[in-house]
Design a protein around this ligand. Structure first.
Ligand SMILES: *Cc1c(COP(=O)(O)O)cnc(C)c1O
Length: 241
């Protein structure tokens, strides 16, 4: 893309961040009207690849939670911007980055193995912190995606719940990509049903109160199916370039 066109695109996105956040919040509220349960929906504004200036604008427009998918990128931003919002890790986490992750994030959405849960527990203990986490479930079993299988997720919750320095708050999923959000809906239903079924076990230290599901293309279906955290980037900042 020619530089002047690129600048034009960025300028457009910069100007519309505030409007876009308002529109997304309105769409979430409308989708929430169709739900039976009153649990509130929190918007995680996904800031991966987005520069500090645009992040500041999003925060000024009401962003309370920011989602990053890489520890190193998030670390640089958090060192620069500090505690302007609550920072969540939404992307895959390698065990060797657990120490940084525990320092940086209020919620880690992507715990997909007992080994990772144990490493987070160890690092959190060193900091005297209890790290809030979600268990990531790979419902479609896509090889390209992280996440525990539906069948093994309850066992992971039971084992991870025994660790004293992590606190399980719920589940997260990323359905297969599709242009049509109705294709995502069955996966969102499965995640909700899985959380309900785990909740019935009354496992100490494993709350099933958060469901992190829904992105720019399918957050309304996710909200209708019970999401409490939706992770939205493109609908707010435009296409990542
Ligand atoms: C990038 C990302 C999102 C946001 O996707 P958009 O389509 O830009 O809204 C949500 N969740 C995860 C895990 C991501 O990596």
């Amino acid at each position: 893309m020619p530089a002047d066109q690129l600048a034009g695109r960025q300028a457009f996105h910069v100007m519309s961040i505030t409007d876009n956040i308002k529109t997304v919040m309105d769409r979430i509220a409308a989708a929430q009207l169709t739900r039976r349960d009153p649990a509130s929906v929190k918007l995680v504004i996904v800031t991966k690849t987005i520069d500090s200036e645009r992040i500041r604008e999003a925060v000024a427009a009401g962003a309370a939670i920011l989602g990053e998918n890489r520890v190193q990128e998030a670390k640089e931003k958090i060192e620069k911007l500090g505690g302007i919002a609550s920072w969540h890790l939404i992307g895959h986490l390698q065990a060797n980055k657990a120490r940084h992750a525990v320092k940086l994030f209020d919620l880690i959405h992507s715990v997909d193995s007992l080994a990772l849960a144990q490493e987070l527990d160890r690092q959190a203990a060193k900091l005297g912190k209890v790290q809030n986490v979600l268990i990531e479930v790979n419902i479609a079993g896509e090889a390209s995606k992280a996440g525990m299988t539906v069948r093994k997720a309850p066992a992971l919750v039971r084992e991870a719940a025994k660790l004293g320095n992590i606190a399980i708050q719920g589940l997260m999923t990323i359905p297969p990509f599709s242009e049509d959000q109705e294709d995502s809906r069955p996966y969102f239903c499965v995640l909700r049903e899985l959380a309900e079924s785990i909740a019935k076990e009354h496992i100490p230290n494993a709350a099933m109160k958060e469901l992190s599901m829904g992105m720019s293309g399918d957050f309304e279906a996710a909200v209708e199916e019970g999401a409490t955290l939706v992770r939205v980037g493109t609908a707010i900042f435009g296409e990542r370039i």
